[in-house]
Structure formats: C-alpha cells, structure tokens
Design a protein around this ligand. Structure first.
Ligand SMILES: [Zn+2]
Length: 615
C-alpha cells in the first residue's frame, strides 16, 4: 500500500513547493525458531512497494517502560539483504544500531539471526520451551516508516505445540498477527509457549472487554485457577479506584506471565498487556508474592500507559528516556499495588504495615532527599533502571528510588486528603487526573498534576504547598500523626540503642569487620572518616571480630558516647573518635499489635482507606 500525501502548498499551486510523498509499504516479519535449543531465531523483515532510495534498518537502543540504554543490536548477527529477485544488496553500517541498504527494486528483505537467552521484561529468551520476545530486543525496524502497518508470521519449531500470547491484533491464522505501526508493534511483547490461559470479563465494563492471564509455568492448572481468583480480586479493586477499566485496544488486556526457573524477575507494563517474569512458582505463598508485580503492572494500564507524562512522549527508541514524573508514574503506582492487594483482604493490616516498614526505613532514613528532589530523582532513571556500569557510584547516599519515594508521597497525600478534607481521598484525585489526562490521552505536566489537586481539594494553596514542599523540594511528609488516624503506630524500633552505622553495611568474615558499602552521610562512621572497604579492628578498646562482638559492645554504650576506633584503610592503620548515634530504624505497627485500643473514629478512617471498594 502506497499512500501519497500532497502537501497543502502544492494543492494551492504555489510555485517552488514540492509535493511530499509519504510511503506506507507493506512490512512483514517472518520468525523461525529452528535453532531454538541454541537460543537463536532467524528473522526476516520484508518491505514491499518501497519508493526508490536507500533504506535504513535499526535495532532499538531502549524499550517502552525502560529508561536506560540496552543496545539491542549486540545480539544481531548473520545480517544479509536481498531484493525482490533474490539478489544480494550492499549494506552500509553507519553506526552500531543501523544498517543502510541501497539499490533495492521496490522490494527488500533484511535477514538476521537473533540471540536471546534472558527472558524478562526487557530482553528475549528463546529455547525449546518457549520464545519469550520483547519486541525492541528482537525486531529490527525502519524508523523512516512510522505509519506503515506491520504483519508478523511466527513459525514455531515443528515439534512444539506453542500458542501465542500477545496484545498484537489476531488474524485468521493463529500464528499471524498485525500492528498498525512500529510504535505499537515494539510495545507488544509476545510469548510463544504451551502456556495455560484464564479469561474473564473486565469489571465495571459495558463494552465486552476481556482480561486474559497466560501463565507459562511447570505447575498445575489448579495453581493457575487459584492465582486467577487472586488476580480477579486485585483487578476489581483497581477498577474501583478509577471507576472503569481503561479502553483496551482490541478489547483485551493480557497478562503474560512466565513463572519458570530459567527466567529473570521483572514486570513490564505495555498498553494492553504486561510481562511478568519470576523464578517463583505459583505454589503456596509464592502466588501471593507474585501477585504484587501483577498488581503493579495492571495499575499501569491507567497510570503510565494512558495517563502519560509529557516528558515521555513520544517514546525515544534510539536514546535514553528522561522524565520528571516517575515519582507519580511509578511511585503512585507502587502506592496502589499493595494498597489494592490490602483492599482485597488477601493480606492483613499487620502484613500491610510490615511491608510499609521496609519502604519507610529505606526512604525516610536516606540522606538522598538532600541531593535531589523527587522530580530530579525521576530523571536519574536512565542511570538506575536496569542500567549497568562497572564504576563505583555514591547511590547509597545520593539516590532514593522514585518507586518507594513516590509511594511514600502517595501515602502522605492520601492520608492528608483524608484528614484535612471532607470526603476527599487519593482515589478521587487519581480519578480526576484519569478523566482529564488519561481517558483523553493528553500527556500531563507536573503543573497539570498540581492544578488537578487544586481542583479536587478546591484549594490551590494546599496544592501549591504540597507540590512545593514534597515534589519540588525533597521534604518528607510527617507521617506518624497521619498514620495514627488510621490506628497505626510509626515509631523508632530500637529507641535508646546505640549504632555505628545506619543500616547493616558491615561484613563479618574471617574474623574481620569490613565496611561493605558507602557509609551513610551523617552516620557515626561517616563522621569519623571511615568508608567502604575499611576494616574495623577495635571499638572502645575492644577487638571486633564478628557481629556478636559488635552487638555486645554497642549494647554496653549509649547514643552520644564517644569511643575510639582503630581501623585500616587502603593498607594504612588509623585511630579516630566516633560518636555513637541512636538507631534510626523505624517500625510500623497496628494499634492492636502495640496493645492500644482503636477508637471508633480510627476504625472508620481505616475502613474507608483500607476496606474493599470493589463492586
Ligand atoms: Zn512500574
């Protein structure tokens, strides 16, 4: 199909204007898996009805939902190109990610071998059991043809009885699928395997939308059925937050889960599907542990997939993607992933509180907020989101992940709204943001988020103060009094106990105490001048050889006491004075755990926050 678009100026016959042609040739992929046991796929990309001129074929450098660079071209080899007659064409390699093919005759077939042995949300894994394809890691594409429709034909190994799970549009052939353009195609991970499938109607939906759960695992149908029941509950709680499911393309949302010993743990959201990978099976408690990722990714079908930060539009396949809004896009999604599981009743208030304790310790006891605000922390994503590097970094001090930090902001905002405003909660805010920017798919800015908060609370002063303090600056919300309203106690876990470092950070092996990570800014060790890889010999005149020595010594001293420390650093021996500090570790308990009585008011507050909303 060739579409000619004549530019407006040509139509009005202005001299000097040149008619612009936009070509939309047919693009067809054929994917063979004859060498699956050696983790290879043979892929050909055929372009027909091409206009004359060289064609550049590219491998993506990143993947939708990921922010760092992954350089997928590294697993592509045996590249050849032929024209419609089968004649070999010259290929030029302008850089590592692009292949430029000249002299085609209107038809061009680009062939290559792809190696994939890392099944997760970013990469591809091919073996005798499955082909788990993340599309940017698998398919070369033509960037100059953004609107050309795509057809893909999968050719599974002869002996395999593979089915296909994908958000691509089905055709009459069970192994042939289509996409309207490469943007959608590259966002559509595909699993070919002998998976087990569940399907149910989307809740609160009148348009016949379906939810599918495809599970490739070594377990039983009964395990999948039990997991499906859990998934249904959490999906229903999330739909209740927004009041409706998202409008899925082709009326279907598909969870593509690989719970197998040879995959790498991950979860990756896409427009109408998600990849869930874990080495945990669905046996016993593992099912619930896997559910957290399922919950997180489904929440993205609203927040991120349709409710999109302007900074991520359009997605850049050839460079890192930097966004100022991941504290909201990922962080608020993290807030809701376990909140909606709590609302299903699958976990208790006690479990919910203990899950939070880990997050609160990580976020509230980090000095990271003195370096970057949540907005700036979001922009660090290309350095941390499945990014690899070999040089040392100071992330222990300067970085707080925008996932838990954003979740803590979500918690603070939710409890503040519930405390200070009549009948307003974060659910109302999410629904309002969804209506304005998600349903309409109008990408938002931070100012838009603030403005919507002003509308929901009818207070632009509140919205401005909250955003200024907690989003633009890194000030933490004072959570203890807010959590108390719901009958939870946030307090120091070990009041009056002395520590040397914040967090673990000391490795006891072969009768030596070695500092194993960057000392935290503000901690006793940091202030005394000790850092990673230093070996502590004695403290307060006593030898320290193991954790027991250290704990006994610390237990016999008070926070604020000054002790001498001897240590070696870079092969030299040192002595310094160290002032002990109080253990900053926090715990979050229910009033019941703390032996306190819940008031009727607290019960009501808690129920309206953590109780089921599903219809
Ligand atoms: Zn996420």
């Amino acid at each position: 199909m060739k579409k000619i678009i004549i530019s407006a100026c040509a139509l009005i016959l202005l001299g000097g204007c040149i008619a612009k042609e936009e070509q939309n040739p047919n693009i067809t992929y054929d994917v063979h898996f004859e060498n699956a046991e050696h983790h290879e796929a043979q892929i050909s990309l055929t372009l027909e009805d091409l206009l004359p001129g060289p064609v550049t074929v590219s491998m993506s450098r990143t993947s939708p939902g990921r922010y760092a660079l992954h350089e997928f071209a590294k697993n592509v080899y045996d590249v050849t190109a032929v024209n419609g007659q089968g004649d070999t064409l010259d290929i030029d390699r302008p850089d590592l990610h692009n292949w430029t093919v000249s002299n085609h005759d209107g038809t061009l077939t680009f062939n290559y071998t792809l190696y994939g042995r890392h099944a997760d949300g970013t990469y591809t894994g091919i073996n005798e059991q499955h082909a788990h394809l993340n599309m940017p890691a698998t398919f070369a594409f033509v960037r100059s043809l953004p609107n050309a429709p795509i057809t893909v034909n999968f050719h599974p190994p002869e002996k395999a009885s593979w089915k296909v799970a994908t958000q691509l549009e089905e055709t009459e052939d069970r192994y042939t699928f289509t996409a309207p353009n490469y943007y959608y195609f590259l966002d559509s991970p595909t699993e070919l395997s002998n998976f087990m499938m569940s399907e149910w109607d989307a809740p609160q939906d009148t348009t016949g939308q379906k939810i599918q759960l495809a599970v490739h695992h070594n377990g039983t149908r009964e395990q999948v059925d039990r997991y499906t029941d859990m998934a249904k509950k959490v999906v229903a709680e999330q739909v209740a937050v927004y009041g409706e499911p998202a409008d899925f393309d082709y009326d279907t949302y598909t969870f593509i889960a690989d719970y197998l010993p040879y995959v790498f743990g991950d979860g990756m959201e896409h427009r109408n599907s998600t990849i869930l990978t874990s080495r945990r099976s669905l046996e016993g408690d593992n099912a619930l542990r896997n559910l957290y990722t399922l919950s997180h990714e489904f929440f993205h079908s609203w927040n991120v997939e349709r409710l999109r930060p302007k900074t991520l539009e359009p997605f850049n396949f050839m460079g890192a993607n930097v966004s100022d809004a991941l504290w909201f896009a990922e962080g608020f999604t993290s807030y809701y992933d376990d909140l909606t599981i709590r609302r299903t009743g699958l976990i208790s208030n006690k479990k919910y509180a203990s899950d939070w304790a880990g997050t609160l310790n990580y976020v509230l006891n980090s000095p990271g907020n003195t370096y970057y605000s949540p907005i700036e922390m979001s922009m660090q994503a290309p350095f941390v989101d499945a990014a690899t590097s070999v040089d040392a970094q100071n992330k222990a001090n300067t970085f707080i992940s925008y996932y838990p930090w954003g979740a803590v902001i979500g918690l603070g905002l939710d409890l503040t709204l519930r405390s200070e405003f009549e009948d307003v909660s974060l659910d109302d805010y999410m629904r309002a943001v969804w209506k304005k920017y998600g349903k309409t798919e109008k990408p938002y800015t931070i100012e838009d988020l603030q403005q919507t908060l002003a509308e929901v609370t009818d207070s632009s002063k509140f919205a401005k103060t909250f955003f200024d303090q907690h989003v633009r600056d890194g000030k933490q919300v004072d959570l203890a009094p807010l959590l108390a309203k719901a009958g939870f106690v946030l307090q120091k876990a070990h009041p009056g106990e002395a520590v040397l470092s914040f967090g673990a950070g000391i490795n006891y092996e072969e009768n030596t105490a070695t500092i194993s990570e960057n000392t935290k800014v503000g901690s006793p060790l940091y202030k005394a001048g000790l850092d990673v890889n230093d070996v502590i010999h004695s403290l307060g005149g006593e030898d320290i050889q193991n954790a027991r020595d250290m704990n006994r010594l610390l237990a016999s001293h008070e926070p604020g006491e000054e002790l001498s420390v001897t240590y070696s650093s870079l092969g030299q021996e040192y002595e310094a004075a160290v002032t002990l500090d109080e253990d900053p570790e926090l715990e979050l308990l229910t009033y019941e755990q703390a032996g306190k009585e819940l008031t009727a008011e607290q019960k009501t507050f808690r129920e309206s926050w953590l109780g089921s909303k599903a219809k």
